[in-house]
Ligand binder design. Structure first.
Ligand code: ZN
Length: 284
């Protein structure tokens, strides 16, 4: 019946996200019976799942419950459906972070904060429309930004953090790496000796190191912004026109493995919604 096993967790205050983040994943799911072999539909060969199939499940728990579906696989990956459902693999080195990231989507309706520097705008969030998600903004009205109460005093909106400089250097480094691969390939085709190939490698490696150092230097210049809340351009797959609250967050990447303060607030609000404290004033 493992294919029918659904983990329905009626969230309460005791299931604070912080608890999940701090408890080792293996301990949290100590009962291995709760670890599914693959997708909950039980097909080990299945690699994609559509919302329709999830909703067809006889035991679908409904919108007031939350389905978390980790499955045994060494592959990197996960996915989620806002306010309903998330899945991740559990045996990849990054699985714990992926799980918490996906949980952020499915539990609190958070948007992805990562983006690709080559993609300026995307169709996912139409220009000139403020996104619904609590952790990204189109910054159409900076004076009333949705995380106004959390802004760091005196921060400029949008917040300059060296993005253009870093991305220009990263693009140069990418080009250099591509040129290296090409030069080595050509040298090998010509039957160039090992020593000569090593020389070519060394030349490109030096340029790579210099660019990496320059990137790090720009990052250092803006290091003091790492704990500040502002409006940092680049979010939800778009390099331009969408802004995130902080430089680092589990919805983009976080050296400290933490959600930004705005995402933390969104999660706390959702916990209040599911498990309001009697007598409290409700949402924070
Ligand atoms: Zn965030």
């Amino acid at each position: 019946m493992i294919k029918r096993l659904l983990m329905t967790i009626l969230l309460s205050g005791s299931l604070a996200l912080a608890a999940i983040a701090q408890v080792p994943f293996g301990d949290y799911f100590e009962d291995k019976a709760l670890r599914l072999d693959f997708f909950h539909v039980g097909d080990a060969k299945e690699e994609t799942i559509t919302p329709d199939r999830i909703f067809e499940e006889a035991l679908w728990p409904g919108s007031r419950s939350h389905l978390l579906d980790p499955f045994n696989s060494r592959r990197y990956g996960g996915g989620s459906i806002g306010f309903d459902y998330c899945v991740t693999t559990v045996d990849h080195a990054a699985s714990r972070q992926v799980f918490v990231h996906e949980f952020g989507h499915s539990f609190a309706g958070l948007a992805d904060e990562y983006y690709q520097s080559e993609i300026a705008y995307n169709d996912f969030y139409p220009k000139g429309v403020e996104p619904l998600e609590p952790n990204i903004t189109a910054l159409l009205d900076p004076a009333n930004i949705k995380w106004k109460e959390l802004l760091s005093p005196g921060i400029s909106l949008p917040t300059e953090y060296g993005k253009e400089k870093i991305e220009t250097l990263q693009a140069e480094r990418r080009k250099n790496r591509e040129a290296q691969a090409k030069a080595i390939e050509q040298a090998k085709q010509k039957g160039t000796g090992e020593a000569e190939v090593k020389k070519i490698e060394a030349k490109f490696r030096e340029a790579d190191k210099t660019l990496t150092r320059q990137i790090e230097n720009v990052r250092k210049q803006y290091e003091s912004l790492s704990d500040k809340v502002g409006a940092f351009e680049g979010a939800s797959y778009a390099s331009k026109g969408l802004f995130r609250p902080m430089m680092y967050c589990l919805m983009i990447s976080s050296p400290k493995n933490e959600f930004c303060l705005v995402c933390q607030r969104a999660i706390a609000r959702m916990i209040d919604y599911y498990a309001p404290v009697p007598g409290s004033k409700g949402l924070r």
